[in-house]
Design a protein around this ligand. Sequence first.
Ligand SMILES: Cc1cc2nc3c(=O)[nH]c(=O)nc-3n(C[C@H](O)[C@H](O)[C@H](O)COP(=O)(O)OP(=O)(O)OC[C@H]3O[C@@H](n4cnc5c(N)ncnc54)[C@H](O)[C@@H]3O)c2cc1C
Ligand code: FES
Length: 360
Amino acid sequence: MSKFHPLTIANVRNETRDTIAVTFAVPDALRDSFAFQQGQHLTLRAQIGDEDVRRSYSICSAVQDGALRVAIKRTQGGLFSSWANDNLQAGHTIDVMPPMGHFNVPLDAANKKHYLAFAAGSGITPILSIIKTTLAAEPESQFTLFYGNRASSSVIFRDELSDLKDSYMGRLKLAYVMSREQQDIELFNGRITKDKAAQFLKYWVRADDIDIAFICGPEDMMHGVSEALQEAGLAKSQIKVELFAASIPKHAHQPRAASAVAATQQQTEVTVIMDGNAASFTMEQDKESLLDAGLRAGLDMRYSCKGGVCSTCRCKVIEGKVDMDVNYALEDYEIARGYVLSCQSFPTTARVVIDFDQAE
Ligand SMILES: Cc1cc2nc3c(=O)[nH]c(=O)nc-3n(C[C@H](O)[C@H](O)[C@H](O)COP(=O)(O)OP(=O)(O)OC[C@H]3O[C@@H](n4cnc5c(N)ncnc54)[C@H](O)[C@@H]3O)c2cc1C
Ligand code: FES
């Protein structure tokens, strides 16, 4: 489950000037491992120079497509995305971790729901997977998408969205919001902010008609839109968010007051359960995260962003206690059940047992 598999690239297509869509060939022996749900993401790994570089990329294909595809947008100055856009070609092999993530809701053919989505830039990637999968799986449900971009030339999946609109007449409503290209209706000019989302909810779509809203994009948009939705009457449980890591500032761990003044560092014995095996090591509390200590001890623990965003390092605490610094990935109900992000967790008891096998 936590392991990387080398997958051959079946196809690389230029979606826009700075975005490629990469389709993987999944051999029969790995079909079950790479079965995915709409809105999930893959962790890709490459050796770039001397560095082991890992990044998450959301799957953009529909569950029914039978294809495993991601879209990688070049980030200015970005290490992995620039390397991928410059180098990846059909026939190349790259390390890929099986799909992860919970940016979705269960589907049912009997549902008659109205889903709403806000996407900006490459945030369209998981949203496209969710829209395609949902419209195919729930014949009576409908989707409304507000999609923010600079200009038409930078719109990822423009043709595919237009085809979807034609295929699902009346069930997919699509509104483009452009920050550097003038459109006829003033409301659709600018960036998607809290104010703009509030206006969409006033003039364009009724909040009390919405069952679930999805938001994917940069952090400020995500918070603004989420606030507007809640002020319009949606419950937090009706709002699903996915944040892309590039916008996250690094956080420094703040030691707990008690141990900051302690003369000697407290020690913790950590046991990690992974792929049916248990391994133990000892670490100092407050000095490094469970993930960093585990990696230093030679364990092959899974991770990607190390910033509390991607949830690749998610595990369950089954004994002892930990403090978690930042969390942009886990929902409240997961934390209540004992799930933590190991890259953000620092032990606070003398013994801690974490389990990576309880995926749930
Ligand atoms: C769950 C999840 C799903 C994601 N899905 C997608 C997706 O579907 N498509 C997609 O394109 N992305 C996606 N991302 C984002 C992706 O994982 C990467 O964060 C993104 O591609 C940038 O990685 P990078 O290595 O190119 O940039 P990094 O090298 O990590 O750089 C990140 C930021 O730092 C800046 N930076 C880097 N080096 C310098 C420097 N020397 N000086 C100044 N600034 C610098 C860059 O400009 C950039 O803004 C997703 C992220 C998450 C967490
Ligand atoms: S590695 Fe991404 S949340 Fe921990």
